[in-house]
Design a protein around this ligand. Sequence first.
Ligand code: SAH
Ligand code: SF4
Length: 465
Amino acid sequence: MRKVTPEDLIEKNNAINSVLHINSKRKEKPKAFVETYGCAQNENDSEMIKGMLEKMGYEFCNSYKDADFVLYNTCAVRENAELRVFGNLGALKGEKRERPDLMIAVCGCMMQQAHIRDEIKKKYKHVDIVFGTHALYKFPQLLEKALEGEKVVDAPDEETAICEDMTYVREGFPVAKIPIMYGCNNFCTYCIVPYVRGRERSRNHENILEEVRQVASEGYKEIMLLGTNVNSYGGDNGEMTFPKLLKEVAKVEGIERIRFMTSHPKDLSDELIDVIATEKKVCNQLHLPVQSGSDRILKLMNRKYTAEKYMEIVEKLRNKIPDISLTTDIIAGFPGETNEDFEETLKLLEKVRYDTIFSFIYSKRKGTPAAEMEDCLTEEEKHKNFDKMIELQNKISREINESYVGKTVEVLVEGESKTNPDILSGRCEQNKIVNFRGEKSLVGKIIKVKITEAKTWSLFGERTE
Ligand code: SAH
Ligand code: SF4
């Protein structure tokens, strides 16, 4: 793994100054449009890139039409997201012809794949900068070169150590996303993440706590700790364990809630369950991806647990934390999956009764072991199973939400509802969206709301104080 050297930081700062200088001769306040695909880690990377753009004098806008610099931060987990990026890049061709000064950049997980970079080079010649996931802090150098007229591609396979000399333009107040580790060592057979994000690298706990203290001083109330597999935090570099880190984060004054994502069931320790149960600030909520309820498929997926083992964990969690809400990820149509296998998944959903599930139809990823496995079901059968699963889960989600009617919950207010500015939206401890009438000044506060109505994906209530 390549270390970040003091020379790297000097180069970064020099490049920031150069970009400021180049832009000052062109336009007083250049505008940047950043669009992010995929997971919370990608959103966090974009917040970091926006932090660098801000230092380089950019303001932000909401459309490529107003922008001098456009960036797509891409996701490679499923084909759909990749196709959308290619669609967007295609739409920029004409724009670049009309405005040759427009800078177009693509970064993120898609760009760590050689076949994608080749396609961009061949078919999307109007793209100026391509960069991967491993050394984001080098972005100012890349932008400097591109502004000088060079085409820039930077997506080495070798991971780089984490650069701590970063600022963020955060989105999502009063919730701050804070990464604790990068990469993944698990190699689930369907998944591209280990290939595009590299091996696990944990941040030093002091740096994490410093960042938590910083956002607390800015008024943030909730911390979302991010990692592909947070349970193995510290496993690579002898840092403290994840449960210990949670306890340290909980000591930071001003922070009222702590959540984390994602946990792999194979590494969920009793110690972690105890910390969720006993540490008041750690929310009674867990995202625990199961992927399938069939042992045969779990084995083919290389998930390293059985459905029975998973159920034991769920029982342990519910015994110690009766009001915990559970969510999961499911893949329908994994190669070799039969209708009988899928019935096992449906049975598991009925047994666990998740609050919500995130469900996906299997998407073949080039270079992963599952891409070489044979399919049993037709696309039509896969979609039928998928729809059956959604129908079952919607019924369960609704029933669980209905059990909240009449209860009073504590809501951290996040902002106006997306569909109605008179309505505020926030989340209760169980991470359910709660909407209610109230003034905007409540954003960032924790208030009590009595639930009056349940929907499939949200709750509606009235403020009680
Ligand atoms: N690190 C997390 C999330 C990884 S990606 C974890 O291990 O759970 C998020 C979700 O995308 C996965 O949980 C999985 O359900 C889904 N996913 C990953 N690869 C996929 C593929 N090739 N096709 C369909 N869904 C996929
Ligand atoms: Fe992908 Fe599995 Fe790693 Fe999650 S744990 S990122 S699903 S390989």
